[in-house]
Design a protein around this ligand. Structure first.
Ligand code: COA
Length: 384
């Protein structure tokens, strides 16, 4: 049975900071961010946007297409959890009006957990081929102001449905995966900013990639030539480029751009979306690739610090163009509002109240849903 991604949508916040603005404020050469890191802008969520509203906004686009009919599970991948107990997906279930006959759970393993969700979803669909699973990955990448990680912040969500006979990508059964207990990136429960050993994290990313690829290649018998394109986990776009250069030693700049270039366009605009990053890359590739990818195989690498890496693959399905939401994605990015540096820092410092009192948040521009406030430690969401 063929199982895979039936439809996919992407959402990021309505506000961004240009990295040249950040560079100027921090006294850094803008080329470091734009060329050295490979990022242009970073998505900044206003106080009334969080992983729930971004996730619901991404999935709402699928709902409008009728793609959520038959959904029996919602798997929510995030490392920006809003509650230690209640899954963020429960709020999304309510906002989207999903059926009561639905399993809902939240998954965590840094940026890897959306791929774990995809695997679990495939298992559920294999057991009940008439059913669908909604997977949502949503995150806010946040580092200390002035730290090396600051320029790699961002936010966004990707929602996709897993079904039998999918219209977009059939996921291959072969896979290479790798785990190692390391401290390259983590966020203790009492901190709102990630802690990161940045250089070390890039080395572990590559180490896990090599191990996962070796295993995948042995299991599948495929070589790099069997792939039309590659999508990587993208903490910043230069990382994906470096990763592919490690696998395809000696690759020319032109060929590198050809096999990964289209997958990096949205990430350069939205910044790191953690769990969603690989999937932002897939959306970006499908939305931008001028070549017809029908019947072509794409290589996929998911990495989550701490760490788990997985290399897997999928075959793009004929007719895939008909189910893409390219116009919606480009409209969203084109209509975003640019923040000044002062506005960026003000939003950064706007903390979520923890006193259990009644708080109403100012209304900013969001998607169809907003995080309206907090009452007695309960998050209140509403239609925008
Ligand atoms: N023009 C062009 N390129 C420049 C430049 C300039 N003026 N100044 C610096 N660069 C290049 C550097 O040569 C380097 O490229 P290289 O890696 O190919 O050598 C790149 O820009 C980054 O500079 P560097 O000094 O290494 O950056 P940094 O130490 O300040 O921060 C990270 C880099 C990745 C460590 C930091 O962004 C980080 O901690 N990010 C969060 C963690 C992360 O995303 N990890 C990824 C794995 S999940």
């Amino acid at each position: 049975m063929n199982i895979g991604i039936d439809q996919i949508s992407f959402y990021t916040s309505q506000y961004f900071l240009d990295l040249r603005t950040l560079a100027e404020a921090r006294g850094v050469d803008p080329d470091k961010y734009v060329i050295g890191i490979g990022q242009s802008k970073m998505g900044i969520p206003p106080p009334d946007e969080d992983v729930v509203t971004m996730a619901a906004s991404a999935a709402f686009q699928l709902k409008e297409q009728g793609a959520l009919d038959g959904v029996e599970a919602l798997l929510f991948a995030t490392e920006s959890g809003i509650d230690q107990s209640k899954a963020a997906g429960m709020f999304v279930h309510g906002l989207l009006g999903l059926p009561e006959r639905c399993r809902v759970v939240e998954l965590k393993q840094a940026c890897y957990s959306a791929t774990a969700a995809l695997r679990m979803a495939m298992g559920l669909v294999a057991m009940r081929p008439q059913s669908k699973v909604l997977v949502i990955a949503a995150d806010i990448a946040r580092y200390e102001l002035g730290s090396p990680g600051e320029s790699t912040q961002g936010c966004g969500a990707v929602a996709f449905t897993i079904s039998a006979d999918p219209r977009l990508i059939v996921i291959d059964p072969e896979s290479g995966f790798y785990a190692d207990d390391v401290m390259d990136f983590w966020r203790p429960n009492y901190l709102s900013e990630a802690q990161v050993d940045g250089k070390y994290s890039t080395l572990v990313y590559i180490k896990a990639l090599k191990a996962a690829w070796t295993q995948y290649a042995e299991e599948s018998g495929r070589s790099l030539d069997d792939f039309a394109r590659f999508c990587y986990h993208i903490p910043f776009t230069r990382m994906a480029a470096k990763a592919h250069q490690k696998l395809a030693r000696g690759i020319s700049d032109e060929e590198l751009e050809n096999v990964i270039g289209e997958s990096l366009i949205y990430s350069r605009e939205a910044g790191n979306c953690y769990t969603a990053s690989l999937y932002v890359g897939i959306v970006s590739l499908l939305d931008h690739c001028a070549e017809d990818l029908s019947g072509k195989r794409i290589g996929l690498y998911s990495y989550g610090s701490g760490c788990v890496g997985e290399f897997f693959s999928g075959v793009v399905q004929p007719g895939y163009h008909d189910v893409l939401l390219t116009n919606e994605h480009q409209k969203l990015l084109n209509e975003r509002m640019e923040l000044t540096f002062q506005q960026y820092e003000d939003i950064y410092h706007y903390g979520i109240p923890t006193d259990g009192g009644e708080h109403v948040f100012p209304q900013y521009r969001t998607g169809p849903f907003r995080f309206a406030g907090i009452e007695r430690h309960k998050r209140i969401y509403e239609e925008a």
